[in-house]
Design a protein around this ligand. Structure first.
Ligand code: TRP
Length: 445
């Protein structure tokens, strides 16, 4: 059985695949608009603190759990506590969340594919006209699910790892090109100032929590994606170094996304706080009025598509790993079945950007539109809950001693290093995540 299970071909392969999971719409679409709404540089600093102090220790917890058991989130917990343990539900929540996030994430990813060609096929349509047309949004959504299934079908090493190894370096180069184009526009300096000169007068506790939630989502934490990717690592792999690289690359790309967007936005006299439409509405305007704009626009949406694909792959892989490990389904049957189910679950999201009036305008917990509500339920509440349960599980139920032994395998981490990590995973992470959860439920509003 162990033999049949996939494994990464190399540490670099793992780092690129896990960074591919982490780097996605969260970095390039969500991070800039959230930073733009929350004051720029001050938010950036809070974000960096959250990554280092909370997310990095928690990332190690997921990786350790996965590599210990070589299993999906459900199997990983069963391996420690046995089949009947209620903690297994924490793993199951992760698997369900995979379908939940993928169902709307692939809709947005479909838009990014459409925007590669939009200048040629539908130049007259604005963002709402484009996403509100079900004949456009549904086929693009279906296409993205099929692409994702296609990569996952190839398996861990020849599907996921090989795709990431090609696409991640391409992404980096394309981003550098767009950054250089933006920075050389007249007036770009105001954007740099917004992004780099902190003004803490606008920071509230809400800003801190927004930064932390963004960091969790961006690093693919809280639903066992890193348990699953960690489960394909050999015992000889150095979890500390690999994990640190993943967090570093994810953060680098988010920071670069800011450099890609703010100078261009300011150079064109647009506002940084446009919200979720920043990348889809403001940027195309920026591109349209700049020399070589069509080309830059295509490059930009190609890179957004690449980033999104390596992320949707990880979301699907968590669910597929569950069916392969626990239900003994074939990879092929698992990937197609989960793909079809996710497509059906995601249809209302695809119709909620204008195509259906009632889905577009429905409200729940203060969020408007079916897609926005799904994002809140799965991308905020469920991730925070999952991260809380998993950090308590690793820190208190499994225990820092046992988890620490696994963390030490393959690395030179010392006993005091493990103790320090234990403080973060037992006390700091759960308490801070609990506060985030209260915020998610609107306790601080
Ligand atoms: N991290 C990805 C992004 O930034 C999205 C993502 C992929 C994700 N897998 C995840 C988020 C698992 C949370 C959990 O776009």
């Amino acid at each position: 059985m162990e033999q049949a299970r996939g494994q990464w071909g190399s540490s670099v392969g793992f780092i690129l695949a896990a960074a591919g999971s982490a780097i996605g719409l969260g970095n390039i679409w969500r991070f800039p608009y959230v930073t733009g709404e929350n004051g720029g540089a001050a938010f950036l600093i809070l974000y960096l603190l959250c990554v280092i102090l909370i997310c990095l220790p928690y990332l190690f917890a997921e990786l350790v759990l996965g590599r210990h058991s070589h299993k999906n989130p459900v199997g990983a917990i069963e391996a420690i506590r046995g089949k009947g343990s209620p903690w297994v539900w924490a793993g199951a929540l992760g698997v369900i969340t995979g379908v939940g996030i993928l169902s709307y994430y692939a809709v947005i990813a479909g838009w990014t594919v459409g925007f590669i060609f939009k200048d040629f096929i539908a130049p007259h349509l604005d963002f709402a006209g484009f996403t509100g047309n079900p004949l456009v949004s549904i086929p693009l959504f279906a296409l993205f699910i099929v692409l994702t299934v296609g990569v996952v079908l190839g398996g861990v090493e020849s599907g996921i790892e090989r795709t990431a190894k090609v696409l991640m370096p391409v992404l980096l180069v394309l981003m550098l090109l767009v950054i250089i184009r933006g920075l050389t526009l007249p007036g770009a300096k105001a954007g740099l100032e917004f992004y780099l000169k902190p003004d803490f007068s606008q920071v509230t506790s809400k800003t801190v929590l927004t930064a932390l939630g963004q960091a969790f989502f961006s690093l693919s934490l809280g639903m066992g994606a890193m348990i699953t990717y960690g489960s394909y690592l050999p015992k000889t792999a150095n979890l500390r170094t690999s994990g640190a690289f993943v967090a570093f690359f994810d953060t680098l790309i988010a920071v670069m996304a800011g450099f890609m967007i703010f100078p261009a936005v300011f150079a064109m006299g647009a506002r940084p706080d446009a919200g979720p439409s920043l990348v889809f509405v403001v940027l195309p305007q920026v591109f349209a009025s700049m020399p070589m704009g069509h080309l830059v626009s295509m490059v930009f949406f190609i890179l957004l598509t690449i980033a999104a694909l390596t992320s949707t792959v990880s979301l699907l892989e968590v669910v597929v790993a569950y069916f392969v490990d626990e239900r003994l389904w074939s990879r092929k049957k698992s990937a197609w079945t989960v793909g079809v189910v996710t497509f059906v679950v995601g249809l209302p999201s695809a119709l909620s950007a204008g195509a259906s009036g009632s889905l577009t305008h429905m409200t729940f917990l203060g969020k408007e539109g079916f897609l926005g509500i799904m994002d809140y339920l799965w991308g905020n509440i469920s991730l925070a809950l999952g991260a809380l349960l998993l950090s308590i599980f690793v820190g208190w139920v499994w225990g820092v001693k046992q988890a620490g032994e696994e963390l030490k395998l393959g690395s030179t981490i010392t006993d005091s290093g493990v103790r320090l990590w234990g403080i973060f995973i037992r006390y700091i992470a759960p308490v801070v995540i609990f506060i985030v959860l209260l915020d998610v439920f609107g306790v601080f509003d």
